[in-house]
Write a protein that binds this ligand. Structure first.
Ligand code: 6R9
Length: 655
């Protein structure tokens, strides 16, 4: 880990933000929560969460103990309780007379739409649960999900949860190899996929990657269920592959949900770590549902009867788990789900959707906002966005400029912005303003949520005073915390609990400003954040080095106006590389990374260099490469084994 990242320029360069935007009196008066919520939670954190668990969820069996922290860092929340996630997301709303409420307004990229009520969604999930059980999927079995943003993704996740199977959603942009390694790590029995989806008006396939992933023997998959989406021809393995529609039609629409233990595994979601091997983050049922439902209601001030909520995240990422598949449905909300890209068929597509469905809560990522800024305000200005009343941001720090643009152009200068900090590991939002209470500040995620003990500490784990920076930690267990890394409890302890005694280490640098508000400063490890997606430098370096032309590679995340960070690779070619030119090599290597990991990991730039800057102990000095990649004069290079290397690289790049 580089200390420079936390101690260096980032702190000094931080804007001294003077602007503050308190909620309007009208918004505050109608808000779900008032300021007393903080004191209430502080008075007794566990009692606070126990009350949330009981009021937000319907338990089949009440819990006896709120938190068992007798074997830290392995937490058990709501001990002895039993709860079914799918029952809470679906059946109970229908039983309460809300069956006709729209659960999902689906908008396909080509323009096809589907309106799915709670009653209809419940029936589909029951059928899918029966179908999966008929295929031999039992409680505790793992199911890999490799689907586009279509309702079947949510149906699959909830059907798994219903029967106690553990889903592992793999982002559709990941390659066959990435899919296979995740299938193997979780020993998945079933894969649910689609023929494909649409991307910018063209069919884009998924099933061929599943076929490729399962080509080599030695896997645990017994069946592949295939949703027909884009109608492309796909290869078919008789006996293994099954049609979603046929299975669901044949399945009974009756299925009784039973409660699962509060600590029963709900899902595994893989995320990049500092080493090449992705970590299978494990979440369990009761605590996860409690904190996702609470935060969804509190942070977005959700009014389920009247709001139309739209979270633009793909279900392949944690945001699409917590704030598409689970919390909105548990809270009985009406949500929009959109399959495609923001520029298909035109750059106003999102705003057209907001206007059409009268979206009132929009939750998206800074990278999208920066893209819209680049496209120009005339595009959103052409639509009626007056329905929007709360705007959310997640995935990376939102720079004050983008924050102001979001507020003015999208929010009509009135809608509060909630910048929400959290991680795959935290399961749910941890730091965010509450829109009816907090005076918001452009660029800062601001305040830990009620019941959450976030702090910023120095290298020795001491809390820093206001106005200072350090490392972001969580001091007390929280309901939706990860329980372990699938199959690797030692790595779980090492990664998150060994840096500071008794505290969760998030891997992010942070600062407390003079008001005590928290500012996030990016990762302090070798994890990049590209368009809100976490990518590991090591993983991409490994992919590059796996190409026969490559001798050595170093990857850095360089600041990028649109994507937050962009992947920049420095590569030393082997002397016998068959590349005709540097450009040819760069193109070949970009595609190679795309194939090995997935298109989102493709380096924006591949720079062919004669040497890499290394310390005497042989560690690549990524900091210097980052300087070069960001167009700065590389600073102090005296610790290099060969100080001339940087001049040579810089000179080469100027050619
Ligand atoms: C939810 C999600 C987690 C990492 C996290 C941090 C960055 C997320 C942020 C933010 C600044 C925010 N991050 N939200 N940084 N402000 N509001 O994104 O999960 O994919 O696991 O990424 O993203 O660096 O550590 P995940």
């Amino acid at each position: 880990m580089s200390q420079e990242t936390v101690k260096g320029d980032a702190f000094e360069n931080l804007l001294h933000e003077e602007r503050q935007f308190p909620p309007s009196a009208e918004f505050a008066a109608a808000a779900n929560l008032g300021p007393e919520i903080y004191a209430e939670a502080d008075a007794d954190r566990q009692a606070f969460w126990a009350a949330q668990a009981r009021s937000l969820l319907t338990w089949s069996k009440d819990f006896e103990q709120t938190l068992d922290w007798s074997e830290p860092p392995f937490a058990k929340w709501f001990v002895g309780g039993e709860v079914n996630a799918a029952y809470n997301a679906l059946d109970r709303h229908v039983e309460n007379g809300l069956g006709d409420r729209v659960a999902i307004h689906f908008e396909g990229e080509p323009g096809d739409t589907e309106t799915i009520t709670y009653a209809e969604l419940t029936e589909r999930v029951k059928r899918a649960a029966n179908a999966f059980e008929a295929l031999g999927v039992a409680k505790g079995d793992r199911v890999a999900v490799y689907l586009p943003m279509i309702p079947e993704a949510v149906v699959t996740m909830l059907a798994c949860a219903r029967i106690g199977a553990v889903h592992s959603v793999v982002f559709g942009g990941f390659s066959a190899d990435a899919l296979r390694s995740r299938i193997d790590d979780a020993e998945a029995k079933l894969v649910v996929t689609a023929d494909g989806t649409f991307r910018r008006g063209k069919p884009s396939s998924l099933k061929p990657a599943v076929d490729a992933a399962l080509e080599a023997p030695g896997h645990t998959v017994q069946n592949v269920v295939v949703v027909r989406r884009n109608g492309e021809d796909v290869a078919w393995t008789e006996g293994r592959d099954l049609h979603w529609s046929e299975l669901l039609e044949a399945a009974s629409p009756e299925h009784t949900a039973v409660g699962h233990d509060a600590e029963h595994p709900l899902f595994i979601l893989y995320t990049s770590g500092t080493t090449g091997k992705p970590k299978g983050i494990l979440h369990t049922t009761g605590g996860y549902l409690t904190q996702t439902a609470f935060t969804h209601s509190a942070v977005f001030d959700l009014k389920p009867e009247t709001d139309v909520y739209w979270c633009t995240a793909d279900v392949g990422w944690v945001t699409g788990h917590s704030y598409v598949a689970y919390a909105p449905l548990v809270n009985g909300a009406t949500q929009v789900m959109y399959e495609g890209t923001p520029d298909a068929p035109h750059q106003g597509r999102w705003w057209e959707i907001v206007q059409k469905y009268k979206v009132s809560i929009l939750y998206t990522a800074p990278t999208a906002i920066r893209t819209f800024m680049k496209w120009g305000r005339e595009i959103p200005d052409g639509f009626d966005l007056s329905s929007l009343r709360v705007l959310g941001s997640v995935g990376e720090p939102i720079n004050p400029e983008a924050w102001m643009w979001y507020r003015d152009v999208i929010g009509g200068g009135e809608a509060p912005i909630v910048d929400t900090w959290w991680q795959t590991e935290t399961g749910a939002i941890m730091i965010a303003p509450l829109p009816g209470i907090t005076a918001t500040k452009p660029g800062s995620a601001q305040v830990p949520l009620p019941g959450i003990a976030v702090d910023v500490v120095d290298e020795n784990g001491q809390s820093v005073p206001d106005g200072h920076g350090g490392f972001l930690v969580v001091r007390e267990p929280w309901p939706s915390m990860l329980r372990t890394i699938w199959g690797d409890p030692e790595r779980f302890k090492d990664t998150y609990w060994s840096r500071f005694e008794g505290m969760y280490f998030a891997g992010d640098g942070a600062k407390k400003d003079e008001d005590g508000d928290v500012w996030l400063l990016g990762r302090v490890d070798d994890v990049m954040n590209v368009s809100g997606h976490r990518l590991s430098t090591t993983e991409i370096e490994s992919a590059l080095v796996s190409h026969p032309w490559v001798a050595e590679a170093a990857v850095v995340g360089a600041a990028d106006e649109t994507t937050g960070q962009a992947v920049v690779a420095f590569v030393i070619l082997r002397s016998d590389a068959q590349a005709g030119s540097g450009d040819e090599a760069a193109a070949e290597l970009r595609n190679h990374v795309g194939k090995e990991i997935g298109p989102i990991a493709k380096p924006k730039h591949v720079l062919i260099v004669p040497e890499l800057p290394k310390t005497r102990s042989g560690k690549i000095m990524r900091r210097l490469l980052k300087d070069v990649a960001e167009g700065r004069d590389p600073g102090d290079a005296t610790t290099l084994a060969d100080p001339g290397v940087m001049q040579q690289i810089a000179a080469d790049l100027r050619k």
